[in-house]
Design a protein around this ligand. Structure first.
Ligand SMILES: Nc1ncnc2c1ncn2[C@@H]1O[C@H](COP(=O)(O)OP(=O)(O)OP(=O)(O)O)[C@@H](O)[C@H]1O
Length: 264
């Protein structure tokens, strides 16, 4: 695919203690598009988001965000750059003692000097974008799981970031809520032009909206392409993954198997 990239992961190797997660991994994340990152559990999908956000530092290689090496920045510059990225975790993690309005207002109060009037406009605009304007005065305990995730999404786009990273956004949601979130991610990408990275196990849902897909396994890229290319792939390992077959050319490890082997 011919695209301008917002993020370049170049030859990155990374280990947690003695456990190698990535070896010479390279990825390009297209600007203004939705990129899906798929792969077996424990393969390092969340880790790659943390490397992009510079919460983790690679052992080798570099990660460029809009041409800037994120790991070369001083703390203040990194803080500034992080305003251009947002990460939506599975948990959503709203502040329990604040209303939805105050949750969305929080990053704006922290990072901008907007007047209260303007701040209210921005908060309500973002709540409108996720269909949650009516719930502005509710507390997180009064929200359904899907509503909480939408409120968290409104908070994560409040500072108008260039990049939104979604870590397992559909986990624990019923099929209807899942459908709403899928559409929302797509709408936010289209209408606000945000580059989006979605880490997920929901292959069917994400292939409907992604522009580009990476399948990661065992520290490197197992397959990549547009959803169409992935679906028409002749690579048996890609087919096995997409179909969710346990048996095939790729040997799936069960979660905890590493520890089990270490304990033997
Ligand atoms: N802080 C940490 N210290 C040591 N090991 C870690 C740490 N965080 C993650 N790991 C290990 O690194 C590997 C990759 O973790 P990561 O969460 O990135 O995987 P994932 O592909 O997102 O998994 P899942 O699909 O299950 O969410 C896992 O084996 C995990 O146990």
């Amino acid at each position: 695919m011919n695209f301008e990239s917002l993020i370049e992961v170049k030859d990155v190797s990374f280990s947690y203690l003695n456990k190698q997660i990535y070896k010479n991994l390279s990825l390009s994340i297209p600007k203004g598009k939705i990129t899906a990152i798929l792969g077996p559990s424990g393969t390092g999908k969340t880790t790659i988001l943390r490397l992009i956000g510079a919460q983790l530092v690679p052992d080798k290689g570099e990660i460029l965000f809009d041409g800037i090496n994120v790991h070369s920045l001083r703390r203040k510059q990194l803080y500034k750059l992080r305003e251009r990225m947002s990460m939506l975790f599975q948990s959503g993690a709203l502040f329990a003692d604040m209303t939805v309005f105050e949750n969305v207002a929080f990053p704006l109060r922290e990072h901008t000097n907007l007047s209260e009037d303007l701040l209210a406009d921005v908060v309500l605009m973002n709540l409108e974008a996720v269909g949650m304007r009516h719930a502005a005065n509710l507390y997180p305990s009064e929200l359904s799981g899907g509503m909480a995730r939408r409120a968290a999404l409104a908070r994560s786009i409040a500072l108008d970031p260039d990049l939104v990273m979604y870590d397992e956004p559909f986990v624990g949601q019923d099929p209807i809520t899942k459908g709403v979130l899928v559409k929302l991610i797509s709408d936010i990408n289209k209408s606000l032009g945000k580059t989006s990275i979605v880490v997920t196990h929901d292959v069917k849902e994400i292939l409907e909206i992604a522009h580009y897909v990476y399948i990661l396994a065992e520290g490197s890229v197992l397959g990549q392409g547009t959803p169409e290319e992935i679906l028409n792939s002749t690579d048996p390992r890609v087919n096995q993954f997409i179909r969710g077959d346990f048996d095939g050319p790729y040997a799936y490890k069960l979660k905890g198997e590493d520890n089990y082997i270490e304990e033997l």
